[in-house]
Design a protein around this ligand. Structure first.
Ligand SMILES: Cc1cc2nc3c(=O)[nH]c(=O)nc-3n(C[C@H](O)[C@H](O)[C@H](O)COP(=O)(O)O)c2cc1C
Length: 171
């Protein structure tokens, strides 16, 4: 499918079909799309945790809203690997690299007929504690993926996008 069509079709899913499992082959393709994503200096600091056991999904649902997704990908970055910007003290690429990885996985999921939700509404410290992450691994965001239900629909504000004239400028 043409990319713009895919981008137009995608919306944040908040009513997943808990019982409809994601095929292994599709999950592999989604993870592969994340592997191919660009990262700063190609350092690839991402660490993606696949949450799909009852225990892991229960933990995730206690930390944030996961809307019954059968799989949640917890996307983290490794502070020992992130690119550090010599021109800007304190800056590192962790959040941006994780976003790049998540975005590729999100659109691959959409292209495979799955729905998804980008999630940041959690407390990083609580997530790190709950999943016993090593000190250097920082949670960036989650991607809930799964099939839709009859209750699935884009939010009323989904199509509410600003015109390019408001967000793009020649300089
Ligand atoms: C950085 C980021 C964080 C987000 N965090 C959450 C979240 O925690 N929970 C949620 O329901 N949606 C979350 N979303 C989804 C946005 O609310 C959603 O993409 C936006 O409202 C536009 O709607 P659409 O995706 O249906 O087009 C997040 C999206 C982004 C990009």
């Amino acid at each position: 499918m043409e990319f713009l069509k895919l981008a137009e079709q995608r919306y944040s899913e908040r009513a997943f079909d808990k019982a409809h499992q994601i095929e292994e082959e599709k999950l592999s393709k989604i993870l592969e799309a994340g592997r191919l994503a660009p990262t700063a200096c190609n350092f690839q600091p991402q660490k993606v945790y696949v949450l799909r056991t009852e225990d892991s999904l229960w933990k995730a649902a206690k930390l944030t809203h996961t809307y019954d997704a059968p799989i949640v990908l917890l996307v983290c970055y490794d502070m020992n690997i992130v690119w550090k910007n010599a021109r800007e003290e304190g800056f590192h690429s962790g959040e941006q690299d994780a976003s790049s990885v998540l975005t590729s996985m999100m659109f691959e999921a959409e292209s495979l007929g799955l729905h998804s939700l980008w999630i940041r509404g959690f407390n990083s410290k609580a997530v790190a504690e709950s999943f016993e992450l090593p000190e250097n691994i920082k949670p960036a965001m989650m991607l809930a993926i799964g099939y839709p239900t009859s209750a699935s629909a884009p939010s009323p504000r989904h199509k509410d996008r600003k015109p390019l004239s408001e967000t793009v400028e020649e300089k």
